[in-house]
Design a protein around this ligand. Structure first.
Ligand code: ADP
Length: 636
């Protein structure tokens, strides 16, 4: 095969289309992306050379060279790194590896991108961003350690196709040649390139060089100047995380964050520290202000990059941070680990465990600090990522309380949009209140009207509102906070008052009626009892203490999951006149058809109130209309 024409995968065509037609701002980031790819290629070559020195091909002077060719209108980014084989280049520059990316891309509309370029920026637009400024891109590459005639030339004009050609390439590595669009020729100006590199790539740890013309004193004729071309390094190469905190500006911190995260927004918090003692390392970590798009994807790459003495070992080291903090981005540079540390070794490495412990604590402390001192910022972080953080309640038993301190909740006693913490809830508890109560629902409006809250409202007890199904799980895992039991208003036998004479009397009074109801509904409910939570509503269904919330059950069912047979308990409100009336009928005729029908109706209503549907909606509607007709006939 010498010259082959190949078609881009659909998602690449889509991406290129968006890139070319929708992204107008921040075009200069193409250079950051290409330099970053080149730098990764150098990192990989340097790392692999540790195991196999022959791949350096006697050129271990790792660098990235920018070449400006004004007459040709071309800008080249060249590296002497790992390079690509023909198969690799077809795969890398013809498809998009990230599966979530494809899915996300297909949901985006051009218009949306145009208004919010950061939507696409957050994935790292990568190599394809070249086409924002170039109408044709040529990539020439050869894999390090292979023969010189194993070179490959890739070329495309972003018209849906690319060509592949076998060529000779003397030096290992990759040249990316951008044939700039006529109105993007400013990227051939030396000062423009200098500025962009200073802004976006200053901390790249490999030199980014360019040949520049400079006046110099002539060595031949004293007093005269001559023009020479000389290679100059454009970046300071100082690893930002190793610099002194006081020498780093907020802008520099933010730029570095954007570089590693591909996020367009500034981070919510920067955590930069040096640990000494049993484990020596430097960490520069960031808490984002927005949720990364792939936070719930299975193939998300998590964890900060791991460096050992400034040499990058891996891009994402997931062992460095627990899953519930997977939104944290950054760099960890260790002085203790061996350079050739492998993924297998990392799995059970003591040093890594120590680092993980240390940074987990730092991140939780930083969040606590943010909550205390920068509440608005914390609130917007929490709305974006609180759901991920909450996973820690389940997965990190040892830090359960610290994580619980970070939780925020809406409540029945706060206006919509205002939040409370568990500590504030406790401080707001009424005299004699036993427990922290919560209710789960689909929306605040619906929950507020729930009959399950009647007795709580009556007593002035605050109830936390949970709008996320995962919350039920989180709260049942948490069980208690600072010695106060956490209870769902819809589960267990809730008695806000101690049982008194009145209740015992009611129990005696309705004993036989309740037995009848229980007998009639024996296939539907587990038990029938007097309710401690209703004031105005006649009856409701509740779950056992450890049972499943009906909202959660509904969710699981909608996802096609089997839920355990989960019969509820029917609670009746002894002070409601309907039971008084039913008791009278019962006294007269235990077999009354009216009783029979009322019991069915009460049960169906209770189903409606918990958000379920009557088993036989037609029968329910029929029974209601019959009652309406009867009443209409009576009053007319
Ligand atoms: P990303 O860098 O996020 O993976 P890109 O689209 O920028 O996405 O690049 C795709 C792939 O192409 C890279 O993962 C890498 O395998 C390969 N690649 C790009 N540039 C180079 C380069 N200069 N040297 C070697 N491989 C490269």
């Amino acid at each position: 095969m010498t010259n082959t024409n190949l078609e881009f995968k659909t998602e690449v065509k889509q991406l290129l289309d968006l890139m070319i037609h929708s992204l107008y701002s921040h075009k200069e980031i193409f250079l950051r992306e290409l330099i970053s790819n080149a730098s990764d290629a150098l990192d990989r070559a340097r790392y692999e050379a540790l195991m196999n020195s022959s791949i350096t091909e006697n050129d271990g002077d790792w660098k990235i060279k920018i070449i400006i060719d004004k007459p040709a209108g071309a800008l080249t980014i060249s590296d002497n790194g790992i390079g690509m084989t023909k198969e690799e280049i077809i795969e890398a520059l013809g498809t998009i590896a990230h599966s979530g990316y494809k899915a996300f891309l297909s949901t985006l509309q051009n218009k949306e991108i145009k208004d919010n370029p950061e939507l696409i920026g957050q994935f790292g637009v990568g190599f394809y961003s070249s086409f924002m400024v170039a109408d044709k891109v040529t990539v020439i590459s050869r894999k390090a350690g292979t023969d010189r005639n194993n070179g490959v030339k890739w070329e495309s004009s972003a018209d849906g196709f690319f060509t592949i050609e076998d060529i000779e390439k003397e030096k290992k590595g990759t040249d990316v040649i951008l044939h700039l669009k006529p109105d993007e020729r400013k990227y051939l100006e030396e000062w423009e390139i200098r500025g962009i590199i200073k802004k976006y790539s200053d901390y790249i740890e490999h030199p980014v060089v360019m040949d520049v013309e400079r006046e110099k004193d002539s060595e031949l004729k004293k007093g005269e100047k001559v023009l020479i071309r000389e290679e100059e390094t454009l970046n300071s190469m100082k690893a930002i995380w190793l610099k002194d905190k006081s020498a780093i500006t907020e802008d520099e911190y933010n730029e570095f964050y954007k570089h590693i995260s591909h996020d367009f927004s500034d981070p919510a918090k920067v955590i930069h520290f040096k640990a000494e003692g049993t484990s020596e390392f430097t960490a520069l970590l960031y808490i984002p202000s927005r949720s990364p798009f792939d936070i719930y994807f299975k193939d998300i790459k998590t964890g900060p990059s791991l460096y050992v003495k400034r040499v990058q070992i891996m891009d994402h080291c997931e062992q460095l941070i627990p899953g519930y903090l997977r939104f944290v981005k950054g760099v960890v540079d260790s002085s203790d680990l061996p350079l050739n540390v492998s993924r297998e070794i990392l799995q059970k490495n003591h040093q890594i465990e120590l680092i993980n412990k240390n940074i987990t604590r730092r991140v939780l402390d930083a969040l606590a600090d943010m909550k205390k001192n920068e509440y608005d910022k914390y609130l917007s972080f929490y709305k974006e990522l609180g759901r991920v953080l909450k996973e820690g309640i389940y997965f990190d038993v040892s830090r359960r309380e610290a994580i619980a301190d970070l939780l925020l909740f809406q409540s029945t006693q706060r206006p919509a949009g205002a939040y409370t913490t568990l500590q504030e809830y406790i401080d707001n508890m009424k005299e004699g209140q036993e427990g922290i109560f919560y209710v789960l629902g689909a929306s605040r409006e619906e929950v507020i009207k729930s009959p399950y809250l009647e007795a709580f409202n009556d007593k002035g007890y605050e109830v936390l509102i949970m709008l996320d199904e995962a919350d039920d799980f989180v709260m049942s895992t948490l069980q208690e906070y600072k010695g106060h039991k956490i209870k769902s208003v819809i589960k267990g036998d809730i008695k806000l008052d101690r049982p008194d004479e009145k209740e015992k009397e009611a129990e005696r009074k309705f004993e036989t009626l309740m037995a009848l109801i229980k007998e009639q509904l024996k296939d539907e409910v587990k038990d029938v009892r007097l309710s401690g939570r209703l004031k105005d509503t006649a009856c409701c269904l509740v779950a056992d203490e450890g049972g499943m919330d009906p909202q959660v059950e509904k969710l699981l069912k909608s996802m096609g999951q089997k839920t355990p047979e989960n019969k509820r308990i029917l609670e009746i409100n002894p002070s409601h006149p309907i039971f008084e009336a039913m008791n009278k009928i019962f006294g007269k005729d235990q077999k009354s058809a009216v009783l029979d029908e009322y019991i069915k109706l009460l049960y169906d209503q209770a189903l409606l109130l918990e958000g379920s549907k009557p088993k036989d909606p037609a029968a329910f509607a029929g029974a209601v209309i019959k009652l309406m007709v009867k009443e209409a006939e009576r009053v007319s």
